[in-house]
Write a protein that binds this ligand. Structure first.
Ligand code: AMP
Length: 299
């Protein structure tokens, strides 16, 4: 049985940053998130890729013990192209080709239905809803989304938010979804829809946690080598969920730790394109940077 399942896209991305111009590199929300979560827990992916999806990418996932039974292979792989300027907090989407995602049935394999920790990564909210309906007794459902879906399927996103425990959004998306300039206001509006926890990611500047009774502000890591932020949001979400699944503890102090583990893996992810940095990442490196995060907060 997969303890944790991660739903999202599998893609081939064209990414341009001031540090390089890469074509058809491995990406997708489910790929970044499941790789990050695999440092802590056993993961099953729920996604679709095309028949053109390279074997080496499949092997990368299975080499991390990620269960790929829940991946359908049909037609052409999802393609996204994006660009970042020196302020790398906001990707400019140049093109999105949904390709096989349009045909995705999001049927869970039977041995995924008892999964306890669920991440509904960035993908069509109607597919996120379909996954929720197939789950038996999840302990925690977390959800992420992005501007593409907020612009086209806002009503469906609100329906998903009403059924989940933890909402993740970046600052721009939170303002867009809740029509407000204030992140505190966006956090309250999100909590009013039902989730117990709302996390607003602020890119390299950290993340905010809102609950009905408290507020936590996690710092960003001062990275010197910063080549490509693609997938950092997904890596943050995967690392966070992986830590919660490993520790099986949903107390708020543990959620704060999960946020710092998520930030740690996300910060490594930005050091190179695609999954290149995560591929070589070790638990020792993760723990060392986690400890640095702790020290940064002492005063
Ligand atoms: P992030 O930078 O964490 O927001 O996620 C980047 C990843 O999201 C890229 O690797 C893309 O393949 C994927 N992506 C981009 N647009 C979409 C979309 N509309 N739906 C699902 N995944 C997407």
């Amino acid at each position: 049985m997969a303890k944790t399942i991660i739903v999202g896209s599998i893609g081939l991305d064209d990414v341009k940053t001031p540090f390089g111009d890469m074509k058809a590199i491995l990406g997708g929300s489910a790929v970044y998130a499941s790789h990050a979560a695999s440092f802590f827990t056993n993961v099953g992916i729920v996604s679709i890729a095309g028949e053109d999806f390279p074997e080496e990418h499949k092997n990368l996932l299975t080499s991390r013990n990620i269960n790929i039974e829940g991946i359908e292979f049909k037609g052409k792989t999802f393609r996204w192209s994006g660009e970042y300027e020196y302020d790398m907090n906001e990707a400019k989407t140049l093109n999105t080709e949904l390709n096989s995602i349009i045909e995705f049935s999001a049927e869970l394999p039977n041995n995924y239905k008892d999964a306890e920790y669920i991440l509904l990564g960035n993908i069509d909210p109607e597919l996120q809803l379909k996954v929720i309906e197939q789950l038996n007794q999840p302990k925690l459902i977390a959800m992420d989304t992005m501007n593409f879906w907020i612009e086209s399927k806002k009503t469906q996103i609100i329906e998903v938010i009403k059924k989940i425990d933890l909402l993740l959004l970046n600052d721009g998306e939170a303002r867009q979804l809740f029509d407000t300039v204030s992140l505190v206001d966006a956090g309250s509006k999100a909590l009013a829809l039902g989730p117990k926890y709302v996390i607003i990611k602020k890119g390299e500047h950290g993340a905010l946690l809102f609950t009905n009774s408290s507020h936590f502000n996690a710092p960003g890591y001062p990275l010197e080598v910063f080549k490509d932020p693609t997938g950092c949001g997904d890596s943050f979400a995967g690392g966070l969920l992986g830590w919660l699944a490993k520790t099986d503890n949903l107390s708020e102090p543990n959620l704060r730790k999960a946020i710092v583990y998520g930030s740690t893996i996300a910060s490594f992810n930005a050091e190179n394109f695609s999954l290149e940095r995560q591929k070589t990442l070790t638990m020792e490196e993760i723990n060392a940077r986690y400890n640095e995060f702790e020290k940064m907060r002492e005063f």
